[in-house]
Ligand binder design. Structure first.
Ligand SMILES: C[S@@+](CC[C@H](N)C(=O)[O-])C[C@H]1O[C@@H](n2cnc3c(N)ncnc32)[C@H](O)[C@@H]1O
Ligand code: SF4
Length: 400
């Protein structure tokens, strides 16, 4: 589908060259573990929000050269499958009028099983979207209850079926494991049910309730902080991860990134932009983009409150909450950390050269990692082994 995406020389992964991220922040309810820029909304300002996205797009494209081809569009959330399909279509037309979409452009929409039916999916397909990513999380009632999800296992299966019937051949499903009370057997059953639905891509994330979540009022993080909730032991979570990787791998969905698995050639070209430090414009509430402006790499993040964002756009003022020019050192560290998340690894010596960093002091660390079975050389690229992935952060810290 997107076979013309060029291969990133440093990681061996094919990635979009220029992508667009669109954030749709509205949900039917707020899940107690969620730290994303999302709000429960009884009434979604559909028209107003679409107009704001187009206005922001127009303003931001001022710094993007005219001939720039858009290789990928990712509409994430929140719950983008609550976006009225006619308005999503209007937005995509607005994009196509301003910059050319590549013939094989990957256009993804995130969907919730609770906001999914074949008619609606058919309308998204007609609007030009060609990839769906459904947030299943689990098929198991008790796990879904702990996660505070409003859908059940059968509705997740129906959503995947509706996606296929609507012509979404490129289908991704998201799962969470390591949920309090969950067993390895249940995670394995989820994984087997997932591959039975015929996806081209699967994401499986360990439940994360970090300290930053406490500030953002995430109820499960607060319960953890109070001691009312206990996470599963690390070794059980790792066993779950290995179980998932085994089941997916047997079904032909190979792991290509710490949390992502795909059929050959069908990894996410858009996410590959993030992992290969590519360029992406982002619009919408809480969205983060990285644009190349001359020799600068400018990263910005928009306001997280929908009302504050809408008011800023309507008053023709910047909707950014923050922005920074990334330093060479930050770019280097990001390139290495992201590259080591990939099973293809990263050409460490060449990346050191790219960013004017010495390789020699790091070579000694690499020797130790290889000797301890945490990393292997694949030609010029250094790739972490399964044991290495388990301690990814610690390894990155030693290489920085
Ligand atoms: C931003 S969410 C949006 C998708 C959609 N709204 C949903 O929740 O189904 C994308 C994915 O991130 C994952 N996710 C969100 N919060 C998480 C957390 N605290 N820990 C682990 N994974 C998480 C879920 O698998 C989810 O499908
Ligand atoms: S549906 Fe997704 S984005 Fe919305 S609150 Fe739940 S996890 Fe967060």
């Amino acid at each position: 589908m997107t076979s013309d995406a060029p291969v990133d020389a440093r990681t061996g992964l094919s990635a979009a060259r220029f992508g667009l991220y669109v954030h749709f922040p509205f949900c039917l309810s707020k899940c107690p573990y969620c730290d994303f820029a999302s709000v429960a909304a009884t009434e979604i300002p559909q028209e107003r929000y679409t107009d704001a996205l187009v206005a922001e797009l127009e303003a931001r494209l001022g710094s993007v050269p005219r001939g720039t081809v858009v290789d990928s569009v990712f509409i994430g959330g929140g719950t983008p499958s609550l976006w009225r399909p006619a308005l999503a279509a209007r937005f995509l037309e607005a994009v196509a009028r301003r910059r050319p979409l590549a013939p094989a452009c990957e256009l993804t929409l995130e969907a919730n099983p609770g906001a999914a039916d074949a008619q609606r999916f058919g309308d998204y397909r007609a609007a030009g979207l060609n990839r769906l990513s459904i947030g299943v999380q689990s098929f198991e009632a008790r796990t879904l209850k702990v996660l505070g999800r409003s859908h059940d296992g059968p509705s997740a299966r129906r959503a995947a079926d509706a996606a296929h019937r609507a012509g979404f051949d490129n289908l991704s499903l998201d799962f969470i494991y390591g949920v309090p009370g969950q067993t390895v057997e249940e995670v394995e059953a989820d994984a087997r049910s997932a591959v039975a639905l015929g996806p081209t891509h699967l994401s499986a994330y360990a439940l994360t309730l970090d300290r930053a979540s406490l500030a953002d009022d995430v109820p499960l993080a607060k319960a953890l902080g109070r001691g009312d909730l206990t996470l599963l032991p690390d070794e059980v979570v790792l066993e779950m991860q290995r179980t998932v990787a085994g089941v997916y791998g047997e079904a032909g969905l190979a792991r290509y990134e710490v949390s992502n698995y795909a059929r050959p050639g069908l990894h996410s070209r858009h996410n590959a932009l993030y992992w290969t430090s590519g360029e992406y414009l982002a619009v919408g509430v809480g969205a983060t983009g990285t644009l190349v402006e001359g020799v600068r790499r400018r990263r910005y993040t928009n306001l997280r409150s929908p009302e504050a964002y809408l008011k800023a756009i309507e008053a023709h003022v910047s909707p950014e909450a923050s922005h920074e020019d990334l330093s060479e050192l930050e770019l280097f560290e990001e390139r290495v950390a992201m590259g080591l998340r990939l099973t293809t690894g990263v050409a460490l010596e060449a990346v050191c050269r790219d960013f004017g960093q010495p390789f020699e002091p790091r070579a000694a660390v690499v020797l130790q990692l290889v000797a301890r079975g945490l990393a292997v050389w694949q030609g010029e690229r250094l790739a972490l082994t399964q044991a290495g992935f388990d301690v990814h952060s610690a390894i990155c810290a030693r290489l920085m």
